[in-house]
Ligand binder design. Structure first.
Ligand SMILES: [Zn+2]
Length: 388
């Protein structure tokens, strides 16, 4: 009797952990969506770096099939230049998001788990820090906690990505003008409900004392005056279903705050939870997150097209899940999703670019080349830089 329950529990557990394993393929709706051409190679004023966490070709493609059909194109697929990125880190052939983002932010390989921090304990200077030195405006947008590995790697230096409370402290000092995402838990003192801090620091107040406006809702975010903005829309990572604000809405507000600086801006927007869909082996989760992120990609591309001096680079940090798509024998309008793992894989990921000098991102690259190229194109001088 007992044995039977154990077997049932095992079967039930397997079924739950494997998530939804099918893609409904929609009829094509946007086969004539405008795709962008190469543009004149003017000097670049602004950079928008879009990072789709945990996103390989199957993630992009499953989103495309479900949202716009086999003949359609997502915004992620409209850029004129495509490249391929090798993702290994300093200590592993399979990177995590900390080492993956540090490769972009610092142009250097480091160990998994390290945030703009090198294996010998030194810090590397990030693109955001150099942009600030050049008088540019800067912004970070994510749907995870804003202190999660990817955004953290642009404006904090810690040995372990788990130290999100420490990353939040670094953010206070970072000078980043716009921070939008989840993760209020790391900004409020330990006695406040939901806090994940071990001290009495109220970082929201510290931000306000530095001239930031703090917002917690979409409406507050959209109506706020002033150029320095801290938006924390959930205590932990933002919800995937019924998310508000969406990545699109956050991207619009971030651009509106950053765009008036005559020295230009650097904005990083992360589609954080495509990765989480992969970790859960849940195709519906992946598709929902690709949709949310793709709308933010459109905001970036529309801005860049109008502006003419903005470089947009879209990449991932690694693939998650070994996601692939197979035929179902019965229904030609459906594809079966199969997963290899609930962790990251080592397969290279795709990159895309639009705007002046986008062609530089064509071909195969080390992940570190992406940061190095951006620094070079922005005339950021010496890069990578190890801080003393
Ligand atoms: Zn991951």
């Amino acid at each position: 009797m007992k044995f039977k329950y154990i077997i049932l529990a095992l079967i039930f557990g397997l079924a739950c952990s494997s998530g939804k394993q099918e893609i409904d393929v929609k009829p094509t709706t946007t086969s004539n969506i405008e795709r962008f051409s190469l543009v004149e190679n003017k000097p670049i004023k602004n950079v928008i770096l879009l990072i789709a966490d945990g996103t390989g070709l199957a993630q992009i493609s499953s989103g495309q099939l479900n949202l716009v059909g086999a003949g359609g194109y997502l915004n992620m697929q409209r850029m004129p230049v495509t490249g391929v990125v090798k993702t290994y880190s300093a200590n592993s052939l399979i990177t995590d998001s900390a080492a993956g983002a540090t490769a972009y932010s610092c142009g250097m390989k480091t160990n998994n788990g390290m945030i703009a921090y090198l294996p010998d304990g030194k810090h590397c200077k990030t693109l955001v820090e150099i942009a600030e030195e050049r008088g540019m405006s800067t912004g970070l947008v994510a749907t995870s906690t804003i202190t999660h590995a990817t955004p953290a790697s642009f404006a904090a230096h810690v040995e372990s990505r788990r130290n999100q409370a420490g990353i939040a402290e670094h953010f206070v000092e970072s000078g980043v003008d716009v921070l939008l995402g989840g993760g209020k838990e790391y900004f409020i003192p330990k006695d406040e409900e939901g806090s994940s801090r071990n001290d009495d620091r109220n970082l929201i107040e510290e931000f306000e004392n530095k001239g930031y406006v703090f917002v917690e809702t979409k409406e507050e975010m959209q109506n706020v005056e002033g150029d320095k903005l801290l938006g924390l829309f959930s205590n932990e990572g933002m919800p995937s279903e019924g998310r508000t604000p969406t990545s699109e809405e956050m991207a619009k507000v971030a651009l509106s705050k950053l765009q008036d600086n005559e020295n230009g801006f650097f904005l990083m927007i992360e589609g954080s939870q495509i990765d989480w869909g992969g970790h859960s082996n849940d195709a519906d989760y992946v598709i929902r997150e690709v949709k949310d992120f793709d709308a933010a990609v459109k905001v970036a591309l529309d801005f860049a097209e109008k502006d003419g001096e903005t470089l947009v680079v879209l990449t991932a940090d690694h693939e998650t899940g070994g996601m692939t798509m197979l035929n179902t024998s019965e229904d030609p309008k459906k594809l079966k999703v199969s997963w290899v793992t609930d962790y990251h894989t080592g397969i290279p990921i795709s990159m895309a670019a639009y705007g002046p000098h986008a062609i530089q991102f064509s071909g195969w690259h080390e992940n570190t080349d992406v940061g190095i190229k951006i620094a070079e194109l922005m005339n950021f001088g010496e890069f990578p830089v190890i801080k003393k």
